[in-house]
Design a protein. Structure first.
Length: 197
């Protein structure tokens, strides 16, 4: 989309990403349940497998929740990387590489894309932390017990030790993933290591 900016593919990808970003999770979850569970019958509408069920019994129950969660995340990351890629493709070193006759695919994949992915590292880290922290709407729609449901039940039952433990766990997850994202950014971009000097 960024390489063929303002073309039909760019408009299609940007439009789909905008729809995915603005569509609430409970709406997309309900639409997917209606289409893939009721109309087509491919996947179960809710998770009814036991905790000790084998993996092949659990996999069909997680397909729809994964699609719903990935729908919003991928759209945000796509928009950020597209904007960053457009900025990188307009930079001096990309124009110089094009003038030297470097093939377009090599310029895009070896030079522009790694630099365009750097701003997305923190967004991906926050997305992973949010996913590990629990997503209450998706858990409720698909009857999938997770950390979000546990936290909500603990709050409604006024179970203070569980609420405190989950708050500490979620804070530790956010800190660890953000630290890993900062280390990854420093590793991928040597310019960031010398900025404080």
């Amino acid at each position: 989309a960024a390489v063929r900016r303002d073309g039909p593919l760019d408009f299609l990808v940007s439009g789909l990403a905008l729809v995915a970003m603005t569509l609430p999770e409970f709406v997309s979850a309900t639409l997917l349940v209606y289409l893939f569970s009721i109309v087509l019958g491919w996947f179960p509408a809710v998770s009814v497998a036991d905790v000790d069920a084998p993996l092949q019994d659990l996999l069909p129950a997680i397909v729809l929740p994964v699609i719903v969660l990935a729908f919003v995340m991928v759209a945000h990351i796509l928009r950020l990387v597209r904007g960053s890629m457009i900025e990188v493709l307009g930079s001096e070193y990309v124009r110089a590489a094009n003038l030297r006759g470097v093939p377009v695919a090599r310029v895009v994949l070896r030079h522009a894309l790694p630099n365009a992915l750097l701003p997305a590292i923190n967004l991906i880290a926050l997305t992973l932390a949010w996913l590990l922290g629990g997503t209450l709407v998706v858990e409720a729609v698909f009857n999938y017990p997770g950390i979000g449901t546990l936290l909500l039940n603990a709050i409604s039952d006024r179970d203070i030790p569980v609420v405190q433990a989950l708050a500490i766990l979620l804070a530790a997850i956010y800190l660890a993933i953000n630290l890993a994202a900062d280390v990854a950014a420093l590793t991928l971009d040597p310019r960031l290591r010398t900025m404080g000097r």
